[in-house]
Design a protein around this ligand. Structure first.
Ligand code: FAD
Length: 407
């Protein structure tokens, strides 16, 4: 084989299609009998394929330039055209997220698998790769035998949603070949609060801001829709900041997370809250104009203010407590939920050991990477798939060139 791709998820299928289209004899091996589970469950079954507002700023990796180079090599416009050629026209929603016109992730998976087949790619399922022996050719080791490969692309994903087949095998394969891993943590995962002080509001979502601080220093901030859950917090606002909380935790940094649910524009400071309350019937009624009523009641109770206290009668101190409860509430200790519920993994193969022009290892020539296995994780909104499509296109084409040149 000119190219063997390990993993038939988003990055693996993209890599294989581009390797096949470049004329390389390409084989994809996947441990699962039915690969592609993650694509099927993505975007709530609709698959958020990419985002019209694509930018390297939306990714965490510590190496924005690397990400930008890969995204530039196979940008949004190429992705949209590629999917259209595969028979999957994409539509953008008002917030920029792009979905297949069919609103079905099945169409995306089917199109990628068909695209691979028509590029001449062979897919072998139920093939768990346990080792890669370097050499020319490499030998790709599975239980059922060895597969010679002039080039190899590791697309094993990370650790998120392990039941889909992502068990961290890519990290092990890469480490054994001399690569260094950046410690992994779950990312895009709900936050569990101890105690879950907002549990009774479970099911309510509202615009919010979460701020992660180490002492007085802001480490990260996330704005967007927040969903109260029985255990803590979910929704884009919580999911996007979860990786920062997880990193702070493994680095044993002493962090706090504070929550603002009071609209920022109308309520810049405490005096704006007092002003808004002036002359209103009760604190809870005043708050209900900007927050869901149940949330307003919770805020009053948490702040120790009788719900029917006439606003004018609110003491300065009570007003301060109300402010703290809805504009800068320091949350109880938070733990990011684990990989089981994470959408993606933060950490992975160090980027300085990979060439962004080709995605080839700087340590083992002929070895390539694409997708989540690398130390890149994007925000919610189609960014992680774009990373898989762009990295797959770069790695697939370059691995094909490498393999063909060594025939
Ligand atoms: C619930 C959920 C919803 C999501 N929704 C979105 C969304 O809407 N938009 C978005 O951009 N991102 C979304 N993501 C993230 C996105 O799915 C991932 O970023 C993307 O799938 C990563 O692609 P990948 O190919 O690198 O890894 P994966 O998709 O994880 O694929 C890895 C493949 O490698 C195989 N494999 C692993 N180890 C071996 C081995 N040893 N031998 C052989 N095969 C192996 C696995 O079986 C798997 O098929 C979501 C994730 C989850 C969990």
């Amino acid at each position: 084989m000119d190219v063997v791709v390990i993993g038939a998820g988003a990055a693996g299928l993209a890599s294989a299609i581009w390797a096949g289209r470049s004329g390389a004899d390409t084989l994809v091996l996947d441990s699962q009998v039915k690969p592609g589970a993650k694509i099927l469950v993505s975007g709530g079954g609709r698959c958020n394929v990419t985002n019209a507002n694509m930018s390297a700023e939306r990714f965490n990796s510590g190496a924005r330039e690397f990400v930008a180079r890969v995204l530039d090599a196979f940008p949004l416009a190429d992705t949209v055209r590629w999917f259209s050629d595969l028979g999957v026209p994409l539509l953008a929603e008002a917030d920029g997220r792009m979905f297949p016109k069919t609103n079905s992730s099945r169409t995306v998976l089917d199109a990628l698998q068909r695209g691979a087949e028509s590029a001449g790619v062979r897919l072998l399922t139920g093939q768990n790769v346990t080792g890669i022996r370097p050499g020319n050719p490499f030998q790709i080791v599975t239980k059922s035998g060895e597969f010679p490969a002039r080039s190899v692309i590791i697309c094993c994903g990370g650790l998120a949603l392990p039941k889909s087949g992502s068990t961290g095998a890519g990290y092990v394969l890469a480490s054994r070949l001399g690569h260094t891993m950046v410690a992994t943590t779950p990312a895009l995962t709900p936050l569990i609060a101890d105690p879950p002080i907002h549990a009774e509001l479970s099911g309510i979502s509202l615009p919010a801001v979460l701020t992660l601080r180490e002492g007085a220093k802001t480490i990260a901030q996330s704005r967007g829709s927040l969903l109260f859950t029985h255990e803590g917090y979910s929704g884009p606002c919580a999911l996007n900041i979860s990786r920062h909380a997880a990193r702070a935790q493994i680095e044993r940094r002493d962090f706090t997370m504070s929550l603002r649910i009071l609209p920022e524009r109308e309520f810049g400071d405490l005096s704006s809250l007092r002003k808004a309350f002036a002359g209103r019937r009760s604190g809870v009624n005043a708050l209900s104009e900007v927050l869901p009523r149940r949330v307003a009641q919770w805020v009053c109770r948490y702040a120790g203010v009788e719900a029917d206290t006439v606003s004018r009668a609110l003491s300065r101190n009570a007003c301060q407590r109300l402010w703290s409860a809805c504009a800068d509430l320091v949350l109880p200790p938070l733990t990011p939920a684990g990989y089981r519920t994470a959408e993606v993994t933060a950490g992975g193969v160090r980027l300085d050991e990979v060439d962004p022009a080709t995605m080839m290892s700087r340590i083992v020539p002929g070895l390539f990477f694409a997708g989540e296995v690398l130390n890149v994780d994007g925000e919610l909104g189609g960014y992680n798939f774009q990373w898989a499509w762009s990295g797959g296109a770069v790695a697939g084409r370059a691995a094909a060139r490498w393999g063909l040149s060594r025939r």
